[in-house]
Structures are given as C-alpha cells and as structure tokens.
Design a protein around this ligand. Structure first.
Ligand code: ARG
Length: 598
C-alpha cells in the first residue's frame, strides 16, 4: 500500500497547511510532518498519523484540538473521502485512518493481474555492487561463507527485482602471502600439484595449506622463501603464475559445486584483479595529503577511532617491506567500483556481506575512501554484518569429531533428513510416491530449510544451527511456508479455478473478518520489499511471509472456499491465488523455489 500511503501523506500535508496557515507561512517554523505509519493494531484502522502532537507546543493548543482541525480539512478533500472512512481521533491526538473497503478491494484487483504484485520498478538506476560469498582459495569454504552466500544472494535478488542493475561480485581471496607459503611448500612436497591440474584434491590442498602455515609460523628460512615467492607471483613470473592458476582453478571448481546446488549466480572478481591498481591507491592517498609514514609503513590515521592507548588507529596501506594488504585491495576495489565506466563500475551503492568480525576493517576503509573523495554524490558504502553460526550447544559449529563442518556434508545432511521426514510422513498418510518425486521434494525442502533458517534470523545476532528446528513443519520455517503454497495448489487440484477464469470478472466483495485480515496482509508486500531494499534485512521478508501464511491458514480453516456460496467463491479463490503468488514471489526473492505437492 505504498502508493496509498504516499497519497494520504500528501493529503495530510495539504490539510495541515490549510488548518494552520500561520505555521505554513513561517519559513523557519516547525513545518509539517504527518508522521504517517501503519496502524499499530487492526482496531485502529489501516494507518495512523501522529503529526498533531509535535505542533502542540509551537501552536500553544491541545493536540486533540489540532488533530480535529486537521481532520476537518481532510474531510473537505473529496479525494480523501473517496479513499477513507471518517477519521477517528484517539488518545492524546492520534488520527486513525481506515480505508474504504471498496478501495482495498480495488488494490487487490490491481495485483491480481500484476506479476510485480504492486512493487514499483526503479527507473534509470545506477549499478549496485553486492560483494558476497568471497571464500579464500586453497581454503575450504566454511559456514561463515555460506551465510554470506545466502544473505548476499537474497539481497541481490531483492535489488534486482526492484530494477537495480546488480553486480554480484565474488571477492575471492586469491592473492597475497598465503600463495607464497603454499607454493613454496608444494614445490618441496608435491611439485606435481603445481604443474598438473587436479594432481591433488581440494581436501589435500587444504591440508597442505595448514602445513605451510605452520612452517611459515616457526621457520624463518621458509618465511623468506615464501615472501620471495609472493614477489615472483605478483611480478608475473610464469612458473609461479601457472602454479597459482592451477590452485585457483581447483578451488573455484569446488566452490562452484556449492553455488550450483544452491542456485547462486556470482561473478568472480578476486583480490588479484585489483593488483594493477594498488600503486595508484597509495599515490592517490598521498596526493590528497592523507598518507603518513609511520615506522616505515605507509598509513592513514583514522578520525574518531582510537586504540587502547588513546591514539588514533591507522589503516596500513603499504607495509614497510613494500607489500600491500587486504585493506589496500579493498581500497582499490572501492575506487574501482565507484569510478565511472569504462574505467570502473559506476556504482552508486556498494554492499559488503561478511561476518561482523570485519566491521572495524570496513569502517576503516570506508572512512579512508570517503576522505579521499572517491565516493560520488549520494554514493553509499554499506557493510552488512552477520553473527556466528553456532552448534546447538551454543559453541562454534563442529562435527561430532570436533572438525570444522564441510558445507557439502552440511547440505547433504539437510537433504537426507528432509528425505527421512518425508518418507515417514508418506508412510503415516499411507501415500505412495515415485522415487523422482521423493528426491525432488527432499532436495527442495532440505536446501530451502538451510537457506530459510539463516535468512529468518536477524542476521546481526549469532545463530544456532539446528536441523530439527529448521526442518519442522510448524513455526517460522521453510517447510511451513512451502506447505502453505502446497495447500493452495491443492485447492486448484480439488477444482478451484485459481488461474483467474472463475474469479476474473466477478466483483471482489468480502464480508468476513478473516477475508479482510488476509486482504490487508497481502497489501503489505510492497512496503516490506521497500524496507528490505533500504535496510538490507532479509528477515523482515521472512517474518512477513510467515505472518501471511498464518493469516492465510486461519482464513482457510475458518471460511469455506470451495464450498462457499456461489458469489463468495470467486473472491475467495482470488485471495488464495494472490496469497500463492505472493508466497512464491517472496520465497523466490529469498532464493527458495516452491513446490506444488510435498
Ligand atoms: N575473503 C574474505 C574472507 O573470507 C571476505 C572478503 C569480503 N569482501 C571484501 N571486499 N573484503 O573473510
């Protein structure tokens, strides 16, 4: 109901100006803000406007009297009385607004034929970069990367749906000291891995990486060789380059398997991409007078961020040995992403989805980029942090043997458990289904459960991973939502025409409170999408879809649909159809496909 809210906001402003021309005439006066918000309870109507209250002081009048004067001016606008019933003044001076039932029905009608379900597309938008997933080469992708992948994909989908050109970037860790260590170690213990594709598998590579790291930490000669190896690689030495390429390809293929399973699209643009731009970052910062040399390292001191000793903290951009680091690469990336095409991406908004542990890193590089003047007017840099994934014991997620959980195993287990649940249910219900059906449903439900469990949490808090909870048929879970869609598909199978034929020309007349509750819930969709777009919180969409399913289930349990009176049947079928469309679209924006039967 965003459009209606905009109309009401404008009408309220006109009413306020007419009621209090003396305020309208004051250039530095309090001005008017209707403070329009959705009603906090259904008995208050659809919206409430609290804008009378802040005017009490400047006008020296009682807020209820101010509200009454605004209402009188509202009632004088025909466009308003066509839209709303008579406003009610409540409490200290709130104005409660209730839309006319026929207008609500009109809104439902508009959405029935609209694939966007009332969500307006943005026009002429500048690109948005979503930097997500971003695992590290030669290391296993872990649950933190899974969270980033799921949350980032969902945000990208919402932004794309709104019409923003979205660049989904996988900023993989494919550069730096770790390669020096790994290549040096492999040259000694498994040289074939550096010249032949797939000579070792990723699991071994991860083990080699751990060994290399251990050697690096306590063997000085090894450290020196590793550093020389990095310099060779970064300098373009063909042998090092080839080794690096092989290692990257191998990890990349493993990552891709996870992305394929989860239907995630991503463009890889790893840290190495920015290598040619690192010098320019330092030069640029130097030219803008931000660069300070401290103990041989070149850095920018942050404003308003100090360490324990009270001194401002630096962002180091070039180490004393001349090497660049993670922050330098991120600075080069920011500069590139905001730079106008064709030199850069021409982005207006750049979003980073990583664990909350990197908050200080991003706050630092964002500040440096701003002070360096790399952001265009209205340019936005946003870190989207998330909490840790914990086991049911509240500790870091581990296998029973105490190892880190491999993503592949985690997804497999979700699907296996979904399959076991399904077979149990089929047996209970005495149903027999084809094997292909069972596999399809188990895969869809298992993966949906993992994604939804993650997205439905407020991402900032840590989240406890529990197969039992995420696969439950009751509660705020993927199976519960998928089941609501299945239930509606069942109505069609039982002869209800959901495609619109039966409901197409019939006037939408609703009589039951359960119908109105569902209408109002359905019409909230556009506002929820706008909120997710702004606040980057997918759990808002999850909560909405959960509530919609609950309101729908209440409606369907309490009001006859297929057995309704002839004139009540088409509008009720129309509500079923719009509910299914909304759930499918909403789940789709979370990256979750739906089922017709389960
Ligand atoms: N590779 C990093 C990690 O695994 C995440 C990179 C996030 N993106 C960025 N532009 N820094 O923690």
């Amino acid at each position: 109901m965003l459009r209606i809210a905009q109309t009401l906001d404008a009408q309220l402003r006109v009413a306020m100006e007419r009621a209090f021309p003396q305020v309208a005439a004051q250039p530095d006066g309090p001005g008017f803000d209707p403070q329009l918000a959705p009603a906090s309870k259904p008995e208050f109507g659809d919206f409430q406007a609290n804008g009378a209250l802040p005017l009490a002081k400047p006008l020296g009048q009682a807020p209820r009297a101010i509200a009454a004067a605004i209402v009188e001016q509202l009632q004088g606008q025909p466009a308003f009385t066509e839209l709303c019933l008579e406003p009610q003044i409540a409490g200290p001076g709130f104005i409660n607004l209730t839309l006319r039932p026929e207008r609500l029905a009109d809104e439902v009608q508009l959405r029935l034929g609209d694939p966007r379900l009332g969500v307006p597309p943005v026009q002429g938008a500048a690109p948005v970069v979503v930097d997500f997933s971003s695992p590290n080469i030669a290391k296993e992708m872990h649950v933190g990367h899974l969270r980033s992948t799921i949350i980032g994909d969902s945000l990208a989908r919402v932004l794309e749906f709104r019409g923003h050109p979205v660049l989904r970037l996988n900023h993989v860790g494919d550069w730096g000291t770790q390669f020096g260590m790994l290549i040096t170690h492999l040259k000694q213990v498994a040289p074939e891995a550096l010249s032949t594709a797939d000579a070792v598998d990723l699991g071994d590579l991860v083990a080699f990486y751990r060994q290399a790291k251990a050697r690096f930490d306590d063997d000085e000669a090894f450290q020196t060789t590793s550093r020389e190896e990095v310099v060779k690689l970064q300098g373009g030495d063909p042998v090092s380059r080839q080794a690096w390429q092989l290692l990257c390809d191998q990890s990349r293929r493993e990552f891709q398997k996870i992305y394929d399973r989860l239907a995630i699209r991503l463009s890889e643009r790893g840290e190495s991409f920015y290598n040619p731009y690192l010098e320019a970052v330092v030069a640029d910062l130097d030219a803008s007078g931000l660069l300070v040399t401290d103990d041989g390292a070149r850095c920018v001191f942050l404003e308003g961020v100090s360490g324990k000793d009270g001194k401002p903290l630096p962002v180091i951009v070039q180490k004393s040995d001349g090497g660049f680091n993670y922050a330098t690469t991120d600075l080069a990336a920011i500069r590139y992403r905001f730079a106008a095409a064709p030199e850069g991406d021409g982005a207006r908004r750049v979003i980073y989805v990583t664990d909350a542990g990197q908050a200080n890193h991003f706050a630092g590089v964002f500040q440096v980029a701003r002070r360096a003047g790399w952001l265009p007017d209205g340019g936005r840099l946003e870190h989207v942090p998330f909490g840790l994934v914990q086991g049911e014991d509240g500790k870091k997620l581990k296998t029973r043997a105490g190892d880190t959980v491999r993503l592949r195993d985690l997804l497999d287990e979700a699907v296996e458990r979904a399959e076991a649940d399904l077979r149990r249910r089929l047996a209970e219900e005495g149903r027999s289904e084809e094997e292909a059906f069972i596999q399809h449903v188990a895969t869809t439900v298992g993966l949906a459960a993992v994604k939804y469990a993650d997205l439905s949490q407020n991402r900032i808090t840590n989240y406890q991973f529990s197969f039992d909870r995420m696969l439950a048929l009751q509660g705020n879970t993927a199976p519960y939502l998928l089941y609501a869609v299945v239930r509606i598909a069942g109505i069609a199978r039982k002869g209800g025409d959901l495609a619109g034929g039966e409901a197409a020309d019939a006037p939408l007349i609703f009589t039951e409170p359960q119908e109105w509750a569902l209408v109002r819930e359905l019409l909230r969709f556009d506002a929820v999408i706008a909120e997710v777009e702004e606040e980057l919180l997918p759990n808002r969409l999850c909560t909405y879809l959960f509530e919609l399913s609950q309101v729908f289930n209440r409606f369907y349990d309490q009001v006859p649909v297929l057995k309704a009176e002839p004139e009540a049947r088409p509008p009720r079928l129309a509500l079923c159809r719009l509910t299914a469309d909304t759930l499918k679209l909403g789940l789709g924006l979370l990256g979750i496909p739906t089922l017709e039967r389960m």
